[in-house]
Every structure is written in structure tokens, then in C-alpha cells.
Design a protein around this ligand. Structure first.
Ligand code: AMP
Length: 268
């Protein structure tokens, strides 16, 4: 289905609530939409052993939050790579991973430098063209997680829909136990309701699926608690802007049709 307006969407929900699943489904339904997942970008950096990846590895493993500066840099680079930003230090932004490496090296060599000037994309904002172009539609998954991150994102991109997905804790906990992911693509499976065609293998590539280290129960509880603490001000932030929309359900299948309907009403 085509979009008539550019959709700049944030998915907010506890870890394991099915943001990945909803994101995948929205992407399949609306081809102009693309997803940017902060968790996937971070895991990719960890896997390919970039300086940023090495820096954040232990934080991710223990369920902590990566610093706002690093996350902002990662997301801004991603938007810059798609050619959607204008202003700022564009020359550095064309190469995502090397931009991050340059920034890291710069930061390490200049410990007293301020946060803003450390960002290779400092000052860049969404271009006037991208603002209007439905092809520049995207969905943020896992970012922003705090009101501070949201405020900093506002300086770059005006988001126009924040979707809050709500499912009870016990239901999510049960689901997490049976979650498997295809790491290179971020595709998510579940051994009870979204079963891969071949057990333990990704449907598209046939590559092996893995369970995420941070899906361990104790770590999950800590991540859930952190989400509770930080999401309230985040939801408030978007409510104040008039772009918050809440959806409740026990499963992704219950949530998807409600989500499609509202999404179409706003953008299609
Ligand atoms: P996710 O796949 O979204 O659950 O993210 C996995 C991990 O990456 C989180 O537990 C955090 O350690 C880190 N992370 C992802 N997004 C953010 C963010 N917006 N702010 C801080 N840390 C993040």
C-alpha cells in the first residue's frame, strides 16, 4: 500500500512486546517504510568489532543503557546514509562505520571535548525534501528510549507518530523464553506462535537462528524495569506533542490489525 504522507514513526514498548514483529509487518505492508532499530545497529557493531561495538558490548550484555551520545550518533549516521539530512558535517556522514570510527578516535584523543561537537553529524537536520517525501518514511525501533533522547531527536527530525504497544509483563516473559532471532537481518521467530519453516533456521536465508544473551530471565527483568522507569516521561513527551497513539493486546496478531487501521488513517 502506498503512503501519501511521510511517516516518521517511533515504536515504544517493553522489550519483547513484539516491536520487531510489528515493525516487520508494517514494512511488508507499506514498502515505502524502512526500519531503523538501535538494538540491531548496536549488535551489528558488536559483531563486526567496530570501536563502538567493543565499547558497548558489556553494557548490552548486562541489559544496561548505552550512552545517549553514542546512540544519537548511530541513528544520525543511519539517517545521513540514506541521504535524508542536510546541514551539519555531511562529508563525514557519508560513511557510517568509518564516521563512527573517526568520531571515536577523535573523542578518545580529546577527552574534554563537549558532547555536541563530538557528534560527526552535529547540526544536521532532516532535509526539506525528506520531510515531504513519503519514500523518506521510517520507523524507529528501540530509540528513543528516554525523554532526553527524544528531545535530542526532535532537534534533528520531527517525528509524527509515537506508537505505544502494551502487553502484560507475564505474557511477555513467557514469550521471551521461546524467542529466536536471525541476527544478520533482525528477523524474529517464536517457537510457539511464529515458528520458522525449518526449526532453528531463518525462513529467507536458511541461516541458523540464535537466542539473544540478554533474553535471560534475570537480565530481562532488569531491562523491563528500566523500560518502566524511562518510558513514562517518554510517553509524556510525545503525548504533549500530540503524536502519541496507544494500542493494547495479548499478542502481536491482536495488535497488528488495530495498528494497520490507524496507520492507514494517518498516512495512506
Ligand atoms: P533492543 O534490541 O532494542 O532491546 O536493544 C538491545 C540493547 O541495546 C539494550 O538493552 C541496550 O543495552 C542497547 N540499546 C538499544 N537501544 C538503545 C537506546 N535507545 N538507548 C540506550 N541503549 C540502547
Amino acid at each position: 500500500m502506498g503512503l501519501r504522507r511521510a511517516a516518521r514513526v517511533i515504536l515504544i514498548g517493553a522489550p519483547g512486546v513484539g516491536k520487531g514483529t510489528q515493525s516487520e509487518r508494517l514494512l511488508a505492508r507499506f514498502p515505502q517504510l524502512s526500519a531503523i532499530s538501535s538494538g540491531d545497529l548496536l549488535r551489528q557493531n558488536v559483531k563486526t568489532r567496530t570501536p563502538l561495538g567493543i565499547k558497548v558490548e558489556s553494557t548490552i550484555k548486562t541489559g544496561g543503557l548505552v550512552s545517549d551520545d553514542l546512540i544519537l550518533r548511530l541513528i544520525t549516521n543511519e539517517l545521513g546514509n540514506r541521504g535524508w539530512l542536510s546541514g551539519g558535517r555531511q562529508n563525514v556522514m557519508t560513511l557510517a562505520s568509518s564516521a563512527i570510527e573517526v568520531a571515536e578516535a577523535y573523542e578518545d584523543a580529546n577527552p574534554f571535548i563537549t558532547a555536541g561537537s563530538r557528534n560527526p553529524a552535529a547540526g544536521a537536520t532532516l532535509s526539506a525534501q525528506a520531510l515531504e517525501d513519503p519514500r523518506a518514511s521510517f520507523l524507529l525501533d528501540g530509540f528513543p528510549r528516554t525523554a532526553t533522547q527524544a528531545e535530542r531527536l526532535d532537534e534533528i527530525v520531527p517525528m509524527n507518530m509515537a506508537i505505544s504497544i502494551k502487553t502484560p509483563f507475564e505474557v511477555i516473559m513467557e514469550r521471551i523464553h521461546s524467542r529466536w532471532v536471525h541476527e544478520p537481518s533482525g528477523r524474529v521467530y517464536n517457537t510457539s506462535f511464529h515458528i520458522p519453516k525449518v526449526p532453528g533456521r531463518d525462513d529467507m536465508t536458511g541461516e541458523p537462528l540464535v537466542q539473544r544473551a540478554d533474553d535471560d530471565e534475570k537480565i530481562y527483568r532488569s531491562r523491563f524495569q528500566k523500560f518502566q522507569e524511562t518510558s513514562e516521561p517518554l510517553l509524556e513527551h510525545y503525548a504533549k506533542k500530540g503524536v502519541l497513539w496507544e494500542v493494547q493486546g495479548m499478542s502481536s496478531d491482536e495488535i497488528s490489525p488495530k495498528l494497520y487501521k490507524e496507520f492507514e488513517r494517518r498516512f495512506a
